[in-house]
Design a protein around this ligand. Sequence first.
Ligand code: GLY
Ligand code: MN
Ligand code: MN
Length: 446
Amino acid sequence: MNLQELSALYPEHLATVSKRADEALARGGFDHLVVPSGTSHYQVFDDRDYPYAVNPQFKAWVPLTRNPGSWLVYTPGSKPKLIYLQPFDYWHVVPEAPSGWWVEHFDIVVIRKPAEALEHLPKNASRCAILGEPQSALGDYGAFKPNNPPAVVNYLEYHRAYKTPYEIAMMREATRRAVRGHRAAERVFRAGASEFGIHLAYCQAVGQDAAELPYNNIVALNEHGAVLHYTELGRMPPKPVRSFLIDAGASFGGYASDITRTYAAEGESDFQALIDAVDKAQLDIAQRYRAGHDYRQVHLYAHLTLSIVLKDFGILKISPEAAVETGVSSTFFPHGLGHGIGLQVHDVAGFAESDQGGTIAKPDGHPYLRLTRTLEPGMVVTNEPGLYFIDLLLDELKQGPHADSVDWSRIDAFRPYGGIRIEDDIAVTEGDPLNLTRPAFEEAAE
Ligand code: GLY
Ligand code: MN
Ligand code: MN
């Protein structure tokens, strides 16, 4: 990533984040926004800690993901302050002095012990909207205990769906890194690696360990592709290897990418044809990622499009429309079409009716859809249609009233491949949808 580009884009990002904070504070009736970066947590009865996860409200301001015990303080009209914990510690590597494109925009105070933050926080905690986890509390009687006022949180979370150009640039870099991993993963899959081996090759190529990735890698050979969140990482490759589904992302400065690809082993031409059909459907669905489109309708359109694929492959015996109406399509596509993505792989406020709260309901029969808002410019949303052959759901179909709506011999032919998912991250613009993922694969192929 070109640092000059980030330096050029960051001031506008900070201005947007500050403006949102101004309004959020006004709505909540507070004078200061105070955001702890979070703390490390020990495992029960142990002195071993869980991987540290930074407070998303903190990394919205600064691209710091490994700094527990730090605080962001913003008072409208003033330069934001960063209270930066750099402990004296010979047990662990301590965070380096702050550096990067963002530093000049903050008043930075370095502290050596977590409690020293108190000296630099606003005097009156009751005038502060403090956003974070309860364990970050500081001060007598937990004065600086996060209060997470709903009016403030709702406003910030709702607007975080609209990415600044800086955030899109950060996500492009997270995508570039993930694509390196996807390329390496395909290579070692074709060379006969196990799921665990593919995972290690992925991490190596991305340059990120499992805890640094934005979510647990899904690396699934054969039938394992039918487990939507399969994270077992088998140590031995199955014999024969027929198919490979990989859902894996990467992080950059706290931003995530989320990408899925599915491959057929050499000679598996029927499954390859089904992958090609889903890929074509996915590109068609992507054309609906346009401002003004109700995402629930895009999701239902995906059901119809995938049902046409099922019909073309002789799996469905009823019409695609009837498959959507009766819910049969959900046997094969039982998750949501996509979700907002950014600082979190599943971005917040997917159902928010407005910046004051409220919920937009999911369509009946689609309990796993994670986004019901209308698409607007700046949103980044995944597009991840899939077709799966899941024993549990197929058994339900077989025992229910629609058992005759499918050709069971065709289903049995595809069961050994598990399933297909193809997932890109798409930015909604004023005009055509901007696919962040596909150009990165094309660049990597050059
Ligand atoms: N990787 C999780 C998801 O696609 O939502
Ligand atoms: Mn996803
Ligand atoms: Mn995914």
